[in-house]
Write a protein that binds this ligand. Structure first.
Ligand code: SIN
Length: 314
């Protein structure tokens, strides 16, 4: 086996070294990658060069794939590959430019959210001095769950949050910059917003604490700006709990910030972490990422929680 893990000083975001995915992975190497992915929630594999077909094949080793909900930005030949990009070609965006610019877990808009996502960096924007832009933040929701103060834990455990499509779209609009001269969003951002408005369900409910289907660990489930209410509480109580939860989750000890390089593959787990794409760049600075979305697996953990007993590295 050639896989090695280089640990970073965070609960997630550790680097897998010693693999060239395009050349093929032994079963032992693949198992080591999958185990690190399940255990830590975000793993980084640098220096890869995968065609869309190779990315789909590697992703399928983790199980069946989901397609991203906005089909418009899925590749024609490889519809399992969703294009995250601000690049405009022939006057049209080639991908979703403002994807993921808020704290969220992917595909919360569906009843059965996907297992996770794999993002492969094809082009990374940078400033005039060469400093990379367009990074991505990740927060470990299993570490945040473990550190919950008792009163907050007892207020969310066993509860259901009702997410609202309208609240989410309004929240995203409120965060999207407008041109000061025209008061309008960019054409690219407007296209993304219109797609969301067309496709999102009015309401969807999710447990506030989820049991990770592969490790058995408890994780807070939360996406900002999208939860209308927590069932069983008044609106006021709901808002207070959500504010307290947001403040708890946003602590630096749960956070990893990824600075992208061309060739990076980053995989994140949608149960054990949330993420936020940093929009600190602007066309003609170019960002192009290929994303595949892993389907939700059937639960495999044992009641005793095999992985709960394993030392979790920071
Ligand atoms: C996403 O949420 O899928 C996009 C993340 C990123 O572009 O960094």
């Amino acid at each position: 086996m050639s896989v090695e893990i280089k640990f970073v000083d965070a609960p997630l975001g550790h680097e897998i070294q010693g693999v060239d995915i395009a050349k093929g992975l032994s079963d032992a190497d693949f198992r080591a990658i999958e185990e690190a992915y399940d255990r830590y929630g975000v793993i980084i594999i640098r220096g890869q060069k995968l065609s869309p077909q190779q990315q789909v094949e590697f992703s399928r080793r983790f199980g069946p794939l989901d397609r991203y909900v906005l089909d418009k930005y899925n590749m024609k030949d490889w519809p399992e590959v969703f294009i995250v990009s601000n690049i405009i070609e022939n006057g049209k965006p080639i991908g979703l430019g403002d994807a993921g610019r808020y704290w969220h877990s992917d595909m919360w808009v569906t009843r059965n959210p996907s297992r996770g996502s794999m993002l492969h960096a094809i082009e990374v924007p940078h400033d005039d001095s060469g400093k990379p832009l367009g990074g991505t933040w990740f927060i470990s929701m299993q570490a945040a769950y473990d550190a919950l103060p008792e009163d907050l834990r007892s207020r969310i455990e066993g509860r259901t949050a009702v997410y609202s499509g309208k609240k989410y779209v309004d929240f995203r609009k409120s965060r999207t910059p407008v041109d000061p001269k025209t008061g309008q969003m960019s054409a690219d951002d407007r296209a993304g917003m219109e797609e969301r408005e067309k496709n999102i369900a009015p309401e969807i409910s999710h447990a506030m604490v989820r049991i990770h289907p592969r490790t058995g660990r408890k994780c807070i489930y939360y996406s900002e700006g999208s939860i209308d209410r927590i069932e069983g509480y008044s609106r006021e109580e709901s808002e207070q709990i959500l504010d307290a939860l947001h403040r708890h989750i946003m602590q630096p000890q749960f956070l990893y910030r990824h600075t992208w390089k061309v060739g990076d593959i980053v995989m994140w787990d949608n149960c054990s972490c949330i993420h936020n794409a940093i929009g600190d760049f602007e066309w003609p600075q170019r960002r192009l990422m290929h994303r595949t979305t892993l389907g939700n697996p059937a639960p495999i953990f044992k009641e005793s929680g095999v992985m709960e007993t394993v030392e979790v590295r920071r």
